[in-house]
Ligand binder design. Sequence first.
Ligand SMILES: [Zn+2]
Length: 411
Amino acid sequence: MAILKCRACNFSNLKRFLELGNIPPVNAFIDEKDIKNEKFYPLNLSYCSNCLLVQIEEVVNPDELFSNYLHLSSGSQSNINHLQEVADVIKNKYTIDKSTKILEIGSNDGTLLEFLKNHGFQVLGIDPAKNLIEISAHKGVETLPIFFNTKSATEIENSKGKFNLVVALNVIPHTPEVVDLLKGVRQILAEKGTLIMEGAYAIETILKGEFDTIYHEHVYSFSLHSLINTFRLAGLKIIDVEKISTQGGSLRIFAQDEFCASKVSNSVRNLLDEEKKIGLNNSKIYDSVDHKVKQFKDNLNKLIKSEKILAGKSLVGIGAPARGVVILNYCSIGTEDISYIIDDTPLKQGKVSPGTHIPIRSWEELNKNPSKSFILLSWNYKNHLIDRLKKQIPSARIIVPFPRLGVESFD
Ligand SMILES: [Zn+2]
C-alpha cells in the first residue's frame, strides 16, 4: 500500500523525486526453479517537506524481508573489520564493567556482540532472522528472534531489565515504524544510557545520485536534520555525530533520552550548518537526482557494451550485495551481460540474483571459468576486492559503478 503521509511526522506533503520501477526484495536470492514465483514491488522515493526525511513510498511486509535473511555480518572481511572497529569505539568510550549491558537491535549473526562480549560487556541480541539464531548461539551470544518495538521492549525490560547501551547498525533505516522503534529504545535505556546508530547518509548517497542504497529494506535515507526531527518525536536527543565511510558514506549517531542527555557536541551544530550550506532544505537538491540517475543508467550500459566487445564475451560480477541487485535491476543488466557473480556468502551461492537471475558462485568459480573483464558490484569494498582479484588472476579490467563510473585495470 502506497503512503501519502510522512512515516515519521505524519505531514501529508510528501514529494516524489525518484522512480526506480518494479524491483524484487534485494536479499531475496532464489533457486532457479522458483523464478516464476518471484515478487516485484514498486520502488519510488519521496522526501517530506516538513521534516526532510527521505523515504520510500511503498514498504514490503518486514516478515517477508527479514525472517530468512541471507546477508551475514560475518560474510565479508571488510564488514568484520568494521564491526571490530565499532566494538573498539564502544570499549574506548564507555567504562567496561561486567555490569554494563548492551543490547543490539538487528544483531544478525552475532559478530559485533561476540567482540563486545570479549571486551567484557554483557550482551543480548535481537534479530527476527530465525536462520541466524543458531549461528549467533554458536558464538555464545543470546539472541531473541523478534522485531524490536515498544511492545517487545516492554517484554525484554520485564525479563532482562534496562540496558546501558543500545546499538543499531543499519537497522533504523530499515524499520517502517521508526518512531515506535525509537520510543522502545528510549524505554529500555538505563539512566544516562546511550543509543549508537549507523545508517547511510542521504547527502553522500542518494542525493549525489548513488541510488543503490535505495531498496525496500531501506525505508529511510537520513540526514542529520531529518534524524533530529525523527528522534525528537520519540523523546531522544542526538548528542554527537560522526561521518563514517561505510555504505559509501554513513552517519554514526549517539543519542540519549532528552530529559537526561549530556551536553550536545559541536559536531552536531557543525554538520547541521554543513547540510544547510549544501541546500538540504531546498527542493533543488532533490529535483536533480532523477536526471543524475538516468544519466548513470545510460552511461553504465554503454560501458558494459564496450567492455563486452573488448573481452569478446560477457563480464563476471564481483560481489552480490543488496546495492548491486538494485543497480542490476534498475539498469536492466542480466545474464547476457554478466555470466555469473562471485560472492563469499554461502547462503547466496548456487542461487540466482533477484530479478535479473544471474547465477551466484564462490570465488573458486574463477578458476573453472576464468575472466579478464569484471563489474564491481560491491564497489564500497573496492580496494579489498581488487587486491583479492589480483591474487587470483594476472590481469583484469573492472567496471566500477560508484562513486565515479569508470574502468580500472591491472596487469
Ligand atoms: Zn516528515
